[in-house]
Design a protein around this ligand. Structure first.
Ligand SMILES: Cc1cc2nc3c(=O)[nH]c(=O)nc-3n(C[C@H](O)[C@H](O)[C@H](O)COP(=O)(O)O)c2cc1C
Ligand code: SF4
Length: 458
């Protein structure tokens, strides 16, 4: 039977466990990291402690938990260590992808785990000043983090000469103002510099080279940085035994929508299928009585939707999308992505046109407006969907939507938001075309049953 494997969430929701340092303990893994002495290699060269930690992270196979699933060890290896400029680390706590609510649990319920993970990552990368960029709406989360940082400073887990090691580190919390685009790493950096959160073009502005204040910068997600703590604690090879090859460790999955037990669940990556996550009593516990599955978004609102019964191909094997192991590679091979780890479940009461209209309205609102295809395209798609849901659809609207969505991504925009706003439209309209065509022709709005199921009183 599939089970949760709680590593990062080990203490979260444990009775009596609080966000205090007293509950958390004495930063034993940071102490271990700081005490890692130089090692002599077979070729006679010496590898210092920080470099050994970076090697362990590489060995662990850890992939970023913020969305793209990029190798953490590789990202750190791109950092320009010869520029003579300071290196910064930013924890991305913007958690802005709809359907995602995992980083929040860590911040609110176990903030010291994040701070310890950041301190270790900073030590490994010769960083002396780091930031936690937290979404503006997490007012209480920012307070909790500031309280935890003050506790850590009092114990000299932060500050000057940490625990007599000679290493200095300061971490500051910076609150965003509630913009989805500030979750994108270069938009986030601009915002942290006090400017409007306009993403920067890559190249040349790869954060590892030209990041915060044009200095080398590491941007990692909250969960990724917590995983670093566990990698140093257990060793990279042990961490890599969790999960599956190339999809190592654990990850937190957020399940929302039409399941009986929505929530956050930590699993070994690739050891649990989408079907189990939705239907097993250890996870989503199935749909409501009498309902059947209509669609699943596997990785946050920007991921391409799967239709119930859809057959996908992974490594020459055809399978039902529900039988996909929940990992980065399988879901990517099946044409979508596990993104931020947010599974959104829709049952047969869902008006799919209405659902897409909701998603598209969000993206039209959140486009930063720098690139014409994204600024105009996201708005046109939203307007077309709004008129379709208000009984004013036009013949050809379904194809019109696809035409716009197909012309935004593909290198025409500064950042990946162009893809993020197009993928839902391409997949919803592509896979449920009949419903969009019918609605565009002015017919087949939500059935009476759908309206009843969707009303707040039901
Ligand atoms: C539009 C957009 C929004 C994003 N929002 C977030 C977010 O809220 N949190 C996050 O960690 N990463 C987000 N990302 C990904 C970040 O740009 C970046 O890749 C990530 O923080 C790197 O951390 P990781 O390597 O640990 O995953 C977003 C990306 C895009 C394109
Ligand atoms: S793709 Fe969209 S969100 Fe990204 S920079 Fe261009 S206009 Fe802004």
């Amino acid at each position: 039977m599939p089970q949760e494997h709680r590593l990062i969430l080990k203490n979260v929701d444990r009775p009596g466990y609080t966000a205090s340092l007293e509950s958390y303990g004495d930063y034993a893994v940071l102490k271990k990291a700081l005490a890692t002495g130089p090692k002599t290699l077979a070729d006679g060269k010496t590898m210092k402690g920080p470099e050994q930690i970076r090697e362990e992270v590489k060995l662990s196979g850890l992939r970023g938990r913020g969305g793209a699933g990029f190798s953490c060890g590789l990202k750190w290896s791109f950092v320009d260590r010869k520029s003579g400029k300071p290196i910064y680390l930013i924890c991305n706590a913007d958690e802005s992808e709809p359907g995602t609510f995992k980083d929040k649990q860590i911040i609110y319920k176990d903030p010291h785990q994040l701070i310890e993970g950041m301190a270790i990552a900073c030590y490994a990368n010769d960083v002396h000043l780091a930031y936690i960029y937290i979404r503006g709406e997490f007012v209480e989360g920012a307070r909790i983090l500031n309280r935890a940082l003050a506790e850590a400073r009092r114990k000299n887990f932060l500050g000057k000469n940490i625990l007599g090691s000679g290493y200095d580190l300061e971490i500051h919390v910076h609150r965003g103002a509630g913009a989805y685009i500030c979750g994108e790493e270069t938009g986030l950096i601009e915002s942290l510099e006090g400017k409007r959160g306009y993403p920067r073009i890559k190249p040349p502005y790869f954060p590892a080279v030209l990041g915060l204040y044009m200095c080398p910068t590491i941007v990692n997600n909250v969960e990724t940085l917590c995983a670093v703590k566990h990698i140093v604690d257990m060793g990279g090879a042990e961490f890599a035994k969790l999960g599956t090859p190339n999809n190592t460790g654990t990850r937190i999955v957020c399940i929302s929508g039409h399941v009986r037990k929505p929530g956050y669940y930590e699993i070994q990556v690739g050891k649990v299928t989408i079907r189990e996550l939705i239907f097993d009593p250890s996870f989503g516990n199935g749909l409501n009585e009498g309902r059947s599955l209509k669609a699943v978004i596997p990785g946050g609102s920007s991921a391409k939707v799967f239709k119930a019964g859809e057959k996908v191909k992974v490594k020459d094997r055809e399978l039902d999308m529900l039988d996909l192991p929940y990992d980065f590679d399988s879901i990517m091979a099946a044409g979508s992505m596990s993104g931020s780890g947010a599974i959104i479940v829709m049952d047969d009461s869902t008006d799919i046109v209405e659902a897409l209209a909701n998603v598209a309205e969000f993206y039209a609102h959140e486009s930063c407006g720098q690139c014409t295809p994204c600024r105009e395209g996201s708005l046109w798609m939203s307007k077309a969907l709004q008129r379709m849901t208000h009984g004013d659809g036009r013949k050809g609207d379904a194809d019109y939507l696809l035409h716009i969505a197909d012309n935004i991504p593909g290198g025409r925009t500064i950042c990946a938001f162009g893809e993020a706003c197009s993928w839902p439209v391409q997949s919803f309209v592509g896979k449920f075309k009949d419903e969009f065509v019918a609605r565009a022709a002015g017919g087949a709005g939500p059935t009476k049953e759908m309206k009843i199921a969707a009303s707040p009183e039901s």
